[in-house]
Design a protein around this ligand. Structure first.
Ligand code: AVJ
Ligand code: FE
Length: 440
């Protein structure tokens, strides 16, 4: 972005704004009015809340803050402040209806395009350097689009979304690789649209470890399910065992056993469980228990990022596993291009220098790490994006899913959620400590 002229940057921003809005409109036009305003799950907001919240954040940051313009609808700020009302309570608020919401976001967008026409990117204002605030708002909309996609997955009724099938899988030559460890540069100080928690770049020392070349598949995970994994406390952490019993978990969310066949429901389609696809809709505790059952553990965030970005030949950290170029359809399953994770081995062109595949896209991957700031962290531009979430309540997820847009799915992007959450498009891969003979 820093190589672009101001005019090129303006058209890049305009194209990104249009792309995210296209997706929001697609996800909300796909359902009828009743499906827009109803609560599909207590874990989620009504779709119409996400929709107006997208517009409200855009108004707050781009119309009022960057543009210095008069408010469009100051009276609704409180309704769409995520910290004022829990998701479960949002349906009972006096929200804008679907028609008002659509008019509101269009009005905001018109003003934003005018602000974009007049903004000076080089005025020495950190918020507009490299069009950062615009990038933040594009990513905010895309992140809510992924949340709305998860709401679609929780919705019952006839399917309303469709997409072509992902590329075919292939058998990988190796199921694990040894990473010799050492020092690598984690995080970033140069990605123009990286969010505060990805910054700054810093050196980390990582001990040698072994990591799976692919995410754990449905077929792998099914062995844990049918082998009694959910009934045996020895595989679970104390908190995980308490949760699995309290919530009566017996398999990943959206799986069912019907007449001896394992089925899964995906955006309203009930289908045979595809054994070669990465497992998803498992919580952190399930990922942790599977790993222990398999004689392994989850990778730390440092281990995940080193496997994804470190190039041992040069000692350099790449932007993405495959290099520095932005993701193309040959590299990764992103952006809701397919409505499912791709089978294991579907993206040989997306492999990292260490030979690890499908790190970006397909499914978010649970790591064993809590949400901590990097050394030198500075909350920017607001405390409520990251700062207020630091601590041990959340577990980190990396890599993005099939529902994550490429403008979000950076090699450095960090996501987090409670360890019990299963409605997100999350799976995992395993890691382990090397055996002494592997280090010799
Ligand atoms: C980073 C995905 C956890 O959805 O709660 C959206 C992103 N922050 N609006 C979320 C976010 C404010 C956030 N996650
Ligand atoms: Fe938000």
């Amino acid at each position: 972005l820093s190589d672009l002229t101001a005019e090129e940057l303006r058209s890049f921003v305009a194209a990104q704004l249009e792309r995210s809005r296209g997706r929001t409109v697609q996800l909300t036009d796909a359902v009828d009015t009743d499906d827009l305003v109803r609560q599909h799950s207590r874990l989620m907001s009504p779709l119409v809340w996400d929709y107006a919240h997208i517009g409200n954040q855009e108004e707050l940051w781009l119309v009022r803050d960057v543009g210095g313009r008069e408010p469009v609808r100051q009276d609704i700020d409180e309704l769409y402040d995520a910290f004022m009302h829990a998701r479960a309570d949002r349906p009972s608020l006096p929200l804008l209806g679907p028609t008002e919401t659509r008019e509101y976001v269009v009005e905001v967008r018109d003003k934003v395009l005018d602000v974009l026409d007049h903004v000076k990117f080089s005025g020495g204002r950190e918020l507009v350097d490299n069009a950062f605030a615009f990038g933040m708002i594009v990513q905010h909309e895309q992140q809510h689009d992924e949340t709305m996609l998860a709401t679609h997955q929780l919705r019952t009724g006839a399917p309303v979304l469709d997409a072509p099938a992902p590329p075919a899988g292939r058998r990988l030559a190796r199921s694990e690789v040894l990473v010799p460890g050492g020092v690598f540069e984690m995080g970033t100080s140069i990605e123009p649209w990286a969010l505060d928690n990805e910054r700054p770049a810093h050196a980390v020392h990582v001990a040698p470890y072994v990591i799976d070349t692919a995410p754990v598949s449905n077929g792998d995970y099914l062995k844990f399910v049918t082998g009694g994994g959910y009934q045996d406390a020895q595989w679970w952490s104390e908190a995980g065992w308490a949760h699995v019993q309290k919530a009566s978990l017996v398999a990943p969310r959206f799986w069912e056993l019907v007449d001896g066949n394992w089925l899964r429901t995906r955006f309203g389609h009930r289908e045979l469980l595809p054994l070669d696809e990465p497992v998803m809709h498992v919580c952190f505790y399930e990922a942790e228990a599977y790993a222990r059952w398999a004689g392994k553990r989850l990778p730390t965030e440092e281990e995940w990022e080193m496997a994804a970005r470190f190039d041992p030949a040069t000692g350099r950290t790449r932007r993405f596993p495959w290099g520095d170029e932005s993701p193309g359809p040959q590299h990764a399953n992103l952006g809701q291009r397919h409505l499912r994770p791709a089978p294991i081995g579907a993206y040989p062109a997306g492999a990292s220098p260490l030979g690890v595949e499908q790190l970006i896209g397909d499914v978010w991957e649970w790591t064993s790490s809590d949400f901590r700031p990097y050394p030198g962290f500075r909350a920017f531009p607001y405390d409520e994006y990251s700062l207020v979430f630091f601590g041990s309540d959340y577990k980190m997820l990396r890599g993005g899913s099939f529902g994550t847009d490429e403008v979000v799915a950076r090699g450095t992007f960090r996501n987090w959620d409670y360890p019990i959450r299963r409605q997100i498009f999350a799976g995992f891969r395993c890691a382990r400590d090397p055996r002494p003979e592997e280090l010799a």
